[in-house]
Unconditional design. Structure first.
Ligand code: RB5
Length: 157
């Protein structure tokens, strides 16, 4: 009950390019079934599009607090996560397996998850998402390390 209430309050921004329209739609359904609110910043068309546009939109929404977390999907998850990571305050991780997804939350407090529609299937994507969303940041020495990342970000504005 408690988990469901928390899930209902959480808003997730999703972004994708043309390579990931079908997977995006399945992920949106999955998240809604789990009780998350989803905001779609991605394209719904399969004509060639530019992943930086969607990575940026989701990242800026996360950074501004318009959504709590972001999920990005392109062909590999690489380009769209690179774009997201250029937005101040964003820690985006590309994951093709659940272990790194979970640890990226616990240790690195990632606020954006990315993966590739041409790399993994929908069932693995769901497992990755679940591990990522259910993990909690552990703080302590991990916060110190994130502060060091933020320092690099601040010094390179
Ligand atoms: C598009 O063809 C492809 O380059 C894009 O989806 C992504 O994989 C980039 O990293």
């Amino acid at each position: 009950m408690e988990e469901r209430r928390t899930n209902r309050m959480m808003k997730i921004g999703i972004g994708n390019d043309h390579a990931a329209v079908d997977m995006k739609n399945e992920v949106v359904e999955f998240l809604k079934e789990k009780g998350y609110e989803v905001v779609n910043f991605g394209t719904d068309k399969k004509e060639s599009s530019n992943y930086p546009e969607y990575g940026r939109k989701v990242a800026e929404a996360v950074a501004a607090g318009e959504v709590d977390l972001g999920i990005l999907i392109c062909g590999t998850g690489v380009g769209i996560s690179l774009a997201a990571n250029k937005v101040k305050g964003i820690r985006a991780v590309v994951c093709s397996e659940p272990y790194s997804a979970k640890l990226s939350r616990q240790h690195n407090n990632t606020n954006v998850l990315a993966f590739g529609a041409r790399v993994i299937g929908i069932e693995l994507a769901k497992m990755i998402i679940e591990e990522w969303l259910n993990a909690e940041f552990m703080g302590g020495r991990h916060q110190d390390r994130i502060d060091m990342i933020t320092e690099i970000e601040n010094e390179n504005e």
